[in-house]
Design a protein around this ligand. Structure first.
Ligand SMILES: C[S@@+](CC[C@H](N)C(=O)[O-])C[C@H]1O[C@@H](n2cnc3c(N)ncnc32)[C@H](O)[C@@H]1O
Length: 329
C-alpha cells in the first residue's frame, strides 16, 4: 500500500519519531534518543518513479533480477519541504556528541581507503568524514536532500549518485559502505533490504566493511495481545505506533489537535539476526556488533546497534558494475 500522509496545514518542523517509548513533544530534544528513532516527516511523501533498468553483469554477487532492476523503491520520498528543515530539526543527532563518535569509528573502519554512504542525506556524517580526509561518495534517493548537501560540499568533494540504495551503482570499489540513522528501515520490504545488503557487498573490495546503525525492534515493550504503543500523549501531540509482527511493518500515527494536523509514516523493522542472514546471503560475515558508536557491549537490553559486516579478504571481487545513475547535482 502506498504511504499516506496528510499534508500539515501549517509550516511546522518535522519531528523525531521514537518507536514505542520516549517522549516526543514537538521538535526533537538535544538528549540522546534512547530507542529506535528515525527522522521522518509528516509531509506528503510521493512514491518515486521507476529507475532506469540496470545493465546486466556477471559477478560473484548475483545481478539484479529484472524485477529488482525495474521496480521503484518502496521508500517514502523526502521532498523539498522536508529537506530544507532536516538539519534544523536533527536535535541530538546533529550534535558533536552524536556525530563525532560515529565519524571516529567510520574513519577507523575505512582503514585509509574510500567510503560510500548509502542514503547520504544532507551530509550529517559524510561532510565531517570527508573533512578527516576520507574520500566519500554518496547514494541518495531525494534530490532535495542532495541540494542541502550541496550547500556544504560540492560534487567534487562529495560526489552523489541519485538513486535507490538497494539498486544504484557507483563506479569503483570502496573499503567502507555505511548506512546510518535507522535508514535501512526506510526500505519497506525484506526483498529490498536483502538487495541493499547485496548492493553494499557489490561495492566493497575484498576485506571491505558494511556498517549499519539501526534500532532494535521495540516488541518487548508491547503488553501481551497489544500491537499499538503510544509514544507521546500530550496536549500538543498524540503519537502512537502500530506494529504488525506478520509483515514487520511499523506505522507511526500522529495527531496534533491544536493545529488540526495529522500524519503517518512507515518503516520495516528487522532483528539483528535477520540482518546477519541478509549479510550472509550477500557473502559477508559479522565482524562486530556494539550498542553504540563508542563500542558499548550489545546486550539483551540494547535499544540500538552498530553492526559491522566484512567481505572476506579472499572473496572474489565482482566486476565494477557500470554506473546506473551518475548524475551529480
Ligand atoms: C534519516 S535520513 C539520514 C540521512 C543521513 N544519512 C544522516 O545520517 O543524516 C534518511 C535519508 O535516506 C534517504 N533515503 C530513503 N530511502 C532511500 C533509498 N531507498 N535510497 C537512497 N536513499 C534513501 C532519504 O531521502 C533521506 O535523505
Amino acid at each position: 500500500m502506498p504511504p499516506i500522509l496528510e499534508r500539515p496545514r501549517s509550516d511546522s518542523a518535522p519531528v523525531l519519531l521514537r518507536f514505542c517509548s520516549g517522549v516526543l513533544r514537538g521538535a526533537p530534544g538535544r538528549s540522546p534518543p534512547r530507542t529506535f528513532s528515525a527522522r521522518l516527516s509528516r509531509q506528503t511523501f510521493r512514491v518515486r518513479g521507476r529507475p532506469a533498468r540496470l545493465r546486466s553483469m556477471t559477478s560473484s554477487h548475483p545481478p539484479l533480477s529484472a524485477d529488482e532492476a525495474t521496480r521503484g523503491p518502496s521508500s517514502q520520498l523526502w521532498d523539498a519541504h522536508t529537506a530544507v528543515r532536516y538539519d534544523d530539526t536533527l536535535g541530538w543527532m546533529g550534535t558533536p556528541e552524536a556525530v563525532e563518535p560515529a565519524v571516529d569509528l567510520l574513519e577507523q573502519l575505512a582503514d585509509g581507503g574510500t567510503a560510500l554512504e548509502f542514503a547520504v542525506g544532507s551530509g550529517r556524517i559524510a561532510v565531517p568524514l570527508a573533512a578527516r580526509g576520507v574520500p566519500v561518495h554518496g547514494i541518495e534517493l531525494s534530490e532535495p536532500m542532495v541540494e542541502q548537501l550541496r550547500a556544504k560540499a560540492d560534487a567534487e568533494r562529495i560526489p552523489v549518485t541519485v538513486g535507490d540504495m538497494a539498486t544504484a551503482h557507483v563506479p569503483g570499489r570502496f573499503s567502507l559502505v555505511y548506512l546510518v540513522y535507522n535508514t535501512i528501515s526506510n526500505l519497506l520490504t525484506q526483498q529490498e533490504q536483502v538487495a541493499c545488503f547485496r548492493n553494499a557487498a557489490r561495492h566493497l573490495m575484498p576485506g571491505g566493511r558494511f556498517v549499519v546503525e539501526l534500532g532494535v525492534p521495540p516488541l518487548r515493550r508491547l503488553p501481551p495481545g497489544q500491537l499499538t504503543c503510544p509514544f507521546d500523549v500530550s496536549e500538543e501531540h498524540l503519537g502512537f505506533d502500530v506494529i504488525d509482527p506478520v509483515t514487520q511493518r511499523l506505522t507511526s500515527y500522529h495527531h496534533w489537535p491544536r493545529r488540526g494536523e495529522q500524519g503517518r509514516s512507515e518503516q520495516r523493522y528487522a532483528w539483528p539476526a535477520e540482518l546477519d542472514l541478509m549479510a550472509q546471503m550477500a557473502g559477508m560475515e559479522l565482524e562486530r556488533r556494539t550498542a553504540d558508536w563508542h563500542g558499548a557491549e550489545f546486550t539483551a537490553d540494547s535499544e540500538q546497534h552498530i553492526s559491522v559486516w566484512r567481505l572476506p579478504l579472499g572473496a572474489a571481487e565482482s566486476p565494477d558494475p557500470a554506473a546506473q545513475t551518475t548524475r551529480a547535482p
